[in-house]
Design a binder for this molecule. Structure first.
Ligand SMILES: [Zn+2]
Length: 423
């Protein structure tokens, strides 16, 4: 079967590869392009809007004022708050990564932590009078635009923060930087986001739904070509194919907004469609794809038999994919919380996620098609199976992982282990 047109999807991807920050005008422009494409393809669609806090016009830098003077480039941590006009001055404390116990020795100082995971320490800043923070990226990493989860901000207040690269951090340490100034700026406001869906009605089992999704927003200043224009154009190919080849089960395809600021589009959708969710058997989420130099992966929240089915399909098609279980930090999560199993398929190119370098030049049609073909094949087999070829239960460890994820209101790291993507 070859319904996935790599060339066409790459052309579409180039149209979508511009920064599409959640709930801003740029994200809304991407929504227009998706709707126009659906219209041209003869696919009727629905749009649902919702309001979300967001931010734009960001700027950040780090200034050392003693014992030497130098200003370093940095990027903001979203929603962390603005520093005063002339910057936030304080002493610097370099703490061991993730060690919130060390905060007690850093009272009144700006803390610098390697690979800081905010949900572990942000809640302790108030107690230890920490005025602001610095996150250090991985040695080979690029400065990614991150944000604090809004739940953390609501519970604990704002503490301006920025990210610097590893080499800058080493220079601060070797040159014994003592007094520093943070400059963090962003314009926060309440914006509007749009979820877009199209439905292909099943010819034999219309009340059984296979739900397909991809988010189309990106982070600040990031063209988001791999993450996730790639997924957005892939599911457009799925929709075109299914329109010509109506499946036995109903397939709903959703382009979700505001994923990057905390899965807001998919949570909103799930909340509004609780009744419809009863019909949803499975979610297929396409998030991150297309890298010419990259590797394939699949994350499953579901049963062992679902895993076995994906494994067998990859073998049959001769596609290597690292298969994992757990809570994939993306739009499948809200569905998982309602007990719906999910399969996430992705092709990741590594370290440029959430940076200005996530550009279309690192992608081509052939590699969009690689994971796209697998997705379309899995989808059509599932939507056309006389009986689903796997069970729909979710393994206990996957359920636990999802519950833990939701409870933590997770702060999204840039670059987790290999073969995984963010968020
Ligand atoms: Zn993504």
């Amino acid at each position: 079967m070859s319904g996935f047109d790599g060339k066409r999807s790459f052309e579409f991807l180039k149209q979508l590869s511009f920064p599409r920050l959640s709930a801003t005008k740029s994200e809304n422009r991407a929504a227009d392009i998706i709707r126009q494409t659906l219209k041209k393809a003869g696919l009727p669609y629905k749009t649902e809007s919702f309001r979300e806090p967001t931010y734009t016009n960001t700027a950040a830098s780090l200034e050392v004022t003693a014992p030497y003077k130098k200003t370093y480039p940095a990027v903001e941590v979203g929603f962390s708050g603005n520093t005063p006009k002339n910057g936030l001055s304080a002493g610097l404390a370099v703490l061991d990564a993730q060690n919130h116990f060390a905060l007690q020795n850093a009272k009144g100082k700006i803390v610098m932590l390697y690979r800081l995971l905010l949900n572990d320490v942000y809640g302790k800043f108030k107690k230890y009078k920490i005025p602001g923070f610095i996150r250090v990226s991985d040695p080979d990493g690029h400065l990614a635009h991150l944000r604090v989860n809004q739940k953390l901000v609501k519970q604990n207040g704002k503490f301006p923060g920025l990210s610097i690269d590893y080499e800058t951090a080493m220079e601060l340490i070797h040159k014994k930087a003592e007094k520093i100034k943070l400059h963090v700026k962003m314009n926060e406001f309440l914006g509007t986001s749009y979820n877009i869906t199209t439905t292909i009605k099943g010819t034999a089992y219309p009340d059984e739904v296979i739900f397909v999704c991809a988010h189309y927003d990106s982070v600040e200043k990031c063209p988001g070509a791999q993450d996730n224009a790639a997924g957005a154009v892939s599911i457009m190919e799925f929709a075109r194919y299914l329109k010509e080849n109506p499946p036995l089960r109903t397939v709903v395809l959703a382009w979700f907004a505001s994923e990057e600021i905390g899965l807001r589009g998919s949570f909103n959708y799930a909340k509004r469609h609780v009744k419809d969710l009863k019909k949803v058997k499975l979610v297929l989420n396409m998030d991150v794809g297309g890298a010419i130099l990259g590797s394939n992966g699949s994350n499953i929240c579901g049963s062992k038999s679902l895993e076995n089915y994906i494994t067998a399909l990859c073998k049959e098609k001769g596609i290597h994919a690292a298969i994992q279980h757990g809570a994939y930090s993306s739009d499948n999560i809200p569905f998982n919380t309602y007990g719906i199993p999910s399969v996430a398929l992705y092709r990741s190119g590594g370290i440029y996620g959430h940076t200005p370098k996530d550009e279309s030049r690192l992608i081509d049609g052939e590699h969009l098609k690689m994971i796209g073909d697998l997705g379309l094949d899995f989808l059509t087999r599932t939507a056309n199976a006389i009986e689903l070829p796997f069970t729909l239960d979710i393994e206990e460890k996957d359920k636990k992982a999802v519950a833990e994820y939701v409870k933590n209101g997770r702060y999204t790291p840039i670059k987790p282990e290999k073969d995984k993507k963010k968020t």
